[in-house]
Unconditional design. Structure first.
Length: 136
């Protein structure tokens, strides 16, 4: 592993984050949690990462903050509890409803891509319409 002399964006992205993620993956298995690194800040000689922790349910599903928000608040958004993990199609993409972003004013529904290409967000009205199409 290379010696780090300065903390800058390329060093964080290409050296520090991969090493940190590898160690976090080891600890995740030991503790039975999902541990991931979040956003990072840096200066010339210092830096910090946000760590995200989530429990793993008995069925193997990671209980993220957005997933818990869906379970707690789905009725306020007019969504049935069964909509969590439901598959929908938006703009030709197959997506799974993964949770609610409670702090987002518009694009507040978190959608996980079924092809493993990460997460997306969409407005509630669009997700409701897609959910109705997929069930109807």
């Amino acid at each position: 592993m290379p010696q780090v002399n300065a903390i800058d964006r390329p060093t964080l992205k290409n050296v520090i984050r991969p090493a940190l993620e590898a160690k976090l993956a080891e600890r995740s298995k030991e503790l039975g949690l999902q541990i991931t690194s979040g956003s990072a800040t840096y200066g010339d000689t210092t830096g910090s990462f946000k760590l995200n922790l989530a429990t793993i349910c008995e069925d193997g599903v990671v209980m993220t903050q957005e997933r818990q928000a869906f379970l707690d608040r789905h009725e306020l958004y007019g969504l049935p509890e069964s909509a969590l993990d439901a598959e929908i199609t938006l703009s030709g993409l197959r997506l799974r409803i993964a949770g609610i972003w409670t702090k987002a004013p518009k694009n507040n529904i978190l959608l996980a891509s079924l092809d493993g290409r990460g997460n997306r967000v969409a407005p509630l009205s669009l997700v409701k319409a897609a959910l109705k199409r997929s069930q109807g």
